[in-house]
Design a protein around this ligand. Structure first.
Ligand SMILES: [Zn+2]
Length: 487
């Protein structure tokens, strides 16, 4: 499934805010919990202690979304649906994309003109100017919906905002070669017909959806391959082209009741050898879809390089290559979604390493494998799925030595290399699978981060043993919680 970039952004900002919220509220609740725990331990009653721990664990797990638990909240979700287009509809879509691209490029060019005169143009004024002159200068604009060009001003405004923000933060991308237009990296580009993805926007009052049809202004009904899955207010639509197909991405505001999650805690170690290793022992293999599809992709890329750019055969080949890439991307999305859904459903508190994928991509020998495993996508999916299921994702810093630390005794193996698949502790002689050891450490670190509560029972053996003897899965979690290292 393909998600529109704006959805990324929405999900991302919301998750960030919920994490922030956690840190603020945590302190108040934490005192109550500690009191409860101390009381239970003072009575030396195992049952009471366990139930207090259980309370605390469920409480902790829901921390991020707790104020919303059981309540209805509005959630923005998007559904990407493939369209069954007729040739006439395809022509209309291409025209609309062309108009949108033209408006974007016109606005950017005009902005640069103003800059040359020493003035700073506002998007609002540029949009007004465009609306004023389009009837005379660009009469073909009126053949398609007026949403297509209008939204491009907002898009360009966003592009400029991103540029200014990055400039302020000093995070502008570094360029290997200077740009032809002499701008800095990160400055908005002119959109190209060949390179940029074709897409245009529709505002919610300009189209309607009934069953498997969508009505588009100045075009009429277009058939969708499936009906919209979400119930709620439709906010907007973006029609885009990918690998020979047209898609509509419908953004819907759904009412969502946040459930109370009853699951336990899990740590996830993401890797290249295996996609994910969970601390409950489950392993998701890395299916390396890109590696498998690489033969066809290589062949097609080679064919493309032998053809004259822009010729009929070149376009045909481009289409085939795009389809090969799209196929790989669909396969990858499928396996990632299956993994993240399983994790979000079964576990309330998810410990996840906050990997720096960009830094890892810089290592050339790993780059292909890392981008094939798509760590960023795993994180994005887990963040929104956990929120849906009432769980919480605790990110563990990338500098936390999860693989190097022995889970049993905390000894750190400094000279660990990627080739060491088995972790052998030189202090307590424990032998563990490398990824499994890391996932256990990530789970404990996540528990520590989410609570910050000094675990009272760690020195008292009878609690730890007692909890373990109950034999239940919950009991084991508590036992490990009790053993959590406190820094
Ligand atoms: Zn050890």
């Amino acid at each position: 499934m393909v998600l529109h970039p704006c959805v990324f952004f929405l999900l991302d900002t919301r998750c960030k805010s919920s994490i922030k919220y956690t840190y603020e509220t945590r302190r108040c609740d934490y005192q109550d919990q500690t009191r409860e725990l101390t009381q239970a331990q003072g009575d030396c009653c195992l049952e009471a202690r366990n139930s207090a721990l259980r309370l605390r664990a469920t409480y902790r797990c829901r921390i991020g979304t707790d104020s919303q638990a059981g309540k209805e909240v509005a959630m923005k979700r998007s559904h990407v649906i493939r369209l069954n287009t007729t040739p006439e509809q395809e022509v209309y879509f291409r025209k609309a994309c062309g108009v949108a691209r033209h408006a974007y490029n016109w606005a950017l060019a005009r902005w640069k003109e103003y800059r040359a005169q020493g003035k700073w143009a506002k998007m609002k004024d540029l949009k007004a100017e465009y609306t004023r002159i389009k009837g005379q200068q660009f009469p073909w604009c009126s053949e398609v919906t007026k949403c297509a060009p209008e939204q491009e001003f907002a898009n360009l405004g966003q592009a400029f905002d991103n540029y200014w923000r990055m400039k302020k933060e000093g995070t502008l991308p570094k360029l290997k070669h200077p740009r032809k237009d002499g701008e800095e990296g990160g400055f908005p580009h002119f959109k190209s017909k060949k390179q940029d993805r074709l897409s245009f926007y529709l505002a919610n009052d300009k189209f309607s959806v009934h069953g498997q049809t969508i009505r588009i202004p100045k075009l009429g009904a277009v058939n969708m391959t499936e009906a919209l899955r979400f119930q709620g207010k439709i906010m907007s639509a973006v029609i885009s082209y990918r690998a020979g197909w047209w898609f509509v991405s419908l953004s819907v505001e759904v009412k969502h009741e946040v459930p109370t999650h009853r699951g336990g805690t899990v740590g996830i170690d993401l890797g290249i050898k295996t996609l994910a290793t969970l601390s409950d022992g489950r392993v998701f293999e890395n299916q390396k879809h890109y590696r498998r599809g690489l033969g066809r992709i290589k062949g097609l890329s080679k064919g493309l390089s032998h053809k004259r750019e822009g010729s009929q055969n070149w376009w045909k080949n481009t289409k085939k290559l795009a389809k090969a890439h799209y196929r790989v991307s669909c396969q990858r999305q499928d396996s990632l979604h299956k993994m993240t859904t399983h994790v979000a459903r079964t576990h309330a508190l998810i410990g996840l390493e906050d990997l720096n994928a960009k830094g890892m991509l810089a290592n050339h020998s790993l780059a292909q494998a890392v981008s094939d495993a798509s760590f960023f996508e795993v994180k994005r999916q887990l963040l929104y799925k956990a929120e849906q299921h009432g769980g919480y994702v605790q990110l563990v810093s990338q500098w936390y030595p999860s693989s190097k630390t022995c889970h049993e005794c905390g000894w750190i193996k400094e000279d660990l290399t990627l080739a060491d698949r088995v972790f052998i502790c030189q202090q307590c002689a424990v032998v563990l699978d490398r990824d499994f050891n890391a996932s256990l450490n990530i789970r404990d670190e996540a528990l520590r981060l989410v609570t910050d509560v000094p675990v009272v029972a760690s020195s008292e053996c009878k609690f730890a043993c007692g909890a373990g003897s109950s034999g239940s899965e919950m009991g084991e979690t508590f036992c490990c919680e009790a053993g959590t290292k406190v820094v």
